[in-house]
Design a protein around this ligand. Structure first.
Ligand code: PMV
Length: 327
């Protein structure tokens, strides 16, 4: 008998990149989930498989043996999950052998936080299987450690939203604060299909900031104001203002050099179809854009983004963070 846990994907509504330098961001959990199944093994080995990434292998005594996929690639992709499992084993004090299978509906390397969602689901599934008492904070911390293996110095925003769900205000200094967002936020997510690396986009912004500090710092302040205004607008359910602020936020991101042709194409298509606002979400350089639309326009915006070549879907905010699934 195994345990299945799941965790949601995320979109960054406002503040990506600026968040790395201490500015606030707003993130939403959306209704696409990553699933992880954990089972006990007879022996003491750890077997990990990702059905989406088509990689699998054993971790044993510091060695990795691939069973599926290119061995080097399989190790890199499975290493963060191994880290999550080991952290839970440390808490449990038990050296159990485990089979872990991951299956995710979240597009990979697209800015939707798939790696954090998978890590949170793995930590929760292993914890529940071994009857380890773990709070959501524990799951968050473990998923964050796994993210560090993957991304170097992430802000922590992805593991937080995948663990806690809902809408979060996040700032490096002060951490996470749940946002009470009652209004429906009809969003279209459009995946350009262009894979990109968060690490290199973050490095690109750092280089720009180092070369033009006087130019980039006012952009940081503008990004902060956008978030503060957006919180008010979200509370009041004023979607027109939220949309307008998304457009301004995107202009700043464009200025930082993290948009690209594929994103611009989808963003323009969404705006032409009547979106209230549209922007890239996450690291940029490919990956996903989001568009906000009034309820009666959301289908039109979806179609327009699809016609423009995006792999698009309608996303709803979910308050369900990491959870154990009924088996
Ligand atoms: O595209 P993602 O999901 O990897 O998000 C990156 C968000 C950044 O602000 C660019 C980096 C970070 O660590 O917050």
């Amino acid at each position: 008998m195994g345990v299945i846990a799941s965790a949601p994907a995320k979109i960054i509504l406002f503040g990506e990149h600026f968040v790395v330098y201490g500015e606030p961001a707003i993130v939403l959990a959306v209704d696409k989930r990553a699933y992880a199944k954990a089972e006990l093994r007879e022996d003491k080995r750890l077997f990990l498989r990702s059905l989406n990434l088509n990689v699998a292998g054993f971790f044993e005594n510091g060695n990795f043996k691939a069973e599926e996929g290119n061995p080097k690639e399989a190790k890199i992709k499975l290493e963060p999950l191994k880290c999550a499992v080991e952290k839970v084993l440390e808490i449990s004090g038990e050296r159990a052998g485990l089979n872990i299978e991951v299956n995710s509906t979240v597009p990979v390397a697209a800015g939707l936080g798939s790696s954090a969602a998978v890590a949170a689901a793995v930590a929760a599934a292993v914890g529940a299987l071994l009857n380890v008492k773990m709070s959501k904070e524990d799951v968050f911390r473990i998923a964050y450690e796994a993210e560090k293996v993957m991304h170097g110095t992430p802000s922590g925003v992805d593991p937080a939203i995948s663990t806690f769900g809902g809408a979060l205000f996040f700032q490096i200094d002060t951490g996470f604060k749940p946002l009470d967002v009652r209004v429906d936020i009809p969003l279209v997510v459009g995946n350009t299909g262009v894979e990109r690396s968060t690490r290199s986009q973050v490095a690109k912004v750092r280089s720009l900031k180092d070369r033009y500090p006087q130019v980039v710092e006012p952009m940081m302040r503008a990004a902060r104001e956008i978030v503060l205004r957006a919180i008010e607008a979200l509370k009041e359910g004023d979607l027109e203002t939220v949309g307008e602020l998304m457009n301004i936020n995107h202009a700043l991101l464009y200025g930082l050099g993290v948009s690209d042709e594929s994103l611009e194409w989808l963003i323009n298509a969404a705006r032409k179809a009547g979106a209230l606002g549209a922007k890239l979400t996450g690291a940029g350089g490919g990956g996903c854009m989001i568009a906000l639309a009034s309820k009666d326009r959301v289908e039109n915006v979806l179609e327009a983004v699809q016609r423009a070549g995006g792999n698009a879907f309608i996303a709803k905010k979910t308050d369900e963070g990491v959870r154990i699934e009924p088996t």
